[in-house]
Design a binder for this molecule. Structure first.
Ligand SMILES: NC(=O)c1ccc[n+]([C@@H]2O[C@H](COP(=O)([O-])OP(=O)(O)OC[C@H]3O[C@@H](n4cnc5c(N)ncnc54)[C@H](O)[C@@H]3O)[C@@H](O)[C@H]2O)c1
Length: 369
């Protein structure tokens, strides 16, 4: 394995490339390749901006002196993925005088990517967006596929749009400043791809644990590229989540319910971030699959062991009642006609969408921890 740049193509009606490699945020050619007009809005958060925003801005301005570059910064964290901050991004586009050939550059994790992407989807009914993901989670998942959204108190990602990026530029060098807890959260989404459709990748993740946790460049680049290949293949066939794409939500209905019940607060001892909530959610989905007779309980144990080896939580945090979680699960976007529709599995690498899951069985699993 080597850590030289690589790219993954996402096909479909609006094809684009995901570029992966160290130092890419300093690559003026790559950064400007997707720009069509003179207006650029850089969206970032107040943790990422002091580290990387000025560099990106200078690279762009040096390569294209005529560019008019604006910026919109939000406080770091899930609590910022709001309609209010979305409105701020729209105001920033208006202040810039952005025309229909403008480009929104999303420099940050999934929170920035989702919010900036949604602003790009709405400004003048849609301008370009280039994703510059800076967390592992954003590199392997949220920057790819065009789902954009903000949260409201009633639920996560309930207001949003499908708006594929024009390019994704994942500079793996920035992962060096990522807190270990956030790296682990991204690894939860990486494990997800193994669980959904790739048992060999699941095994590889068992073998490469030490390298990945230590932030080994080559191992991380391999994990990102493999994850992006999986996501690209699925979203290319099903961009609007009419079928197969729902599989990418393994663990997410449970996970989103946990996040919503916690109120999107800053991650603390009991307050999980998105990747951690997905880790717990995948274990709950595996347990429910076993309870429904779809899968072997031994697979749940393999998953739990792997997630624990990556330092991820596998049980519902204290203080959240099963009834509250079920209530939040009822508002999940995958549900149809008031019936719970969940992604479950038949074992490692064999996820499937199950319509009309019995709520009593779900409650039993939620009660069991
Ligand atoms: N659109 C999609 O398809 C999709 C898929 C998965 C997740 N998501 C969304 O993504 C969000 C979670 O994303 P996330 O885990 O990236 O969270 P995040 O954006 O909140 O980033 C996590 C933390 O890491 C900090 N950070 C980011 N990059 C850094 C760096 N290089 N160095 C130091 N600190 C850095 C951020 O400031 C933040 O405090 C959730 O809102 C989730 O709903 C969307």
């Amino acid at each position: 394995m080597n850590a030289s740049p690589r790219s993954v193509a996402v096909g479909g009606e609006r094809p684009y490339s995901i570029h992966i490699g160290p130092g890419l945020l300093g690559d003026a050619g790559l950064l400007t390749a997707a720009l069509r007009g003179r207006h650029v809005l850089l969206v970032s958060d107040d943790t990422v901006a002091p580290l990387y925003l000025q560099g990106v801005r200078e690279t762009l301005q040096a390569a294209r002196p005529q560019l008019k570059i604006g910026q919109h910064l939000i406080p770091a964290g899930e609590a910022s993925k709001t309609l209010h901050n979305f409105g701020g991004a729209i105001d920033a586009l208006a202040a810039l005088g952005a025309t229909r050939d403008a480009c929104v550059l999303a420099l940050g994790g999934g929170v920035v990517g989702d919010l900036a992407g949604f602003a790009a989807a709405c400004w003048m009914r849609g301008v370009d967006c280039v994703q510059l993901p800076t967390t592992l989670l954003a590199m392997v998942d949220s920057s790819v596929g065009g789902k954009t959204a903000v949260d409201i108190p009633q639920g996560k990602n309930l207001v949003g749009a499908f708006h594929p990026p024009r390019a994704v530029i994942a500079d793996t060098g920035v992962l060096r400043s990522l807190p270990a807890r956030e790296l682990r959260a991204g690894l939860a989404e990486v494990v997800k791809y193994g669980c959904i459709r790739d048992p060999l990748f699941f095994q590889w993740l068992q073998a490469e644990r030490a390298a990945l946790l230590a932030g080994d460049d080559a191992a991380l680049a391999q994990a990102i590229a493999r994850s992006c290949e999986h996501k690209a293949e699925i979203v290319e066939r099903d961009p609007l989540e009419k079928g197969e794409r729902a599989l990418l939500n393994l663990g997410h209905t449970f996970g989103h319910a946990i996040e919503t019940a916690q109120g999107y607060g800053a991650p603390g001892n009991d307050n999980l971030n998105h990747g951690e909530a997905v880790a717990v959610g995948m274990v709950l989905a595996a347990r429910l699959s076993a309870a429904l007779g779809m899968a072997d309980a031994a697979d749940t144990e393999s998953l739990r062991t792997l997630l624990q080896a990556y330092g991820l939580p596998t049980a519902i945090p204290a203080g959240l009642t099963p009834e509250t979680l079920l209530q939040h699960m009822r508002l999940d976007k995958k549900n149809i006609a008031g019936r719970l529709r969940l992604v479950l599995w038949r074992g490692i690498g064999k996820a499937e969408v199950v319509p009309d899951v019995d709520e009593a069985a779900v409650l039993d699993v939620l009660r069991g921890g």
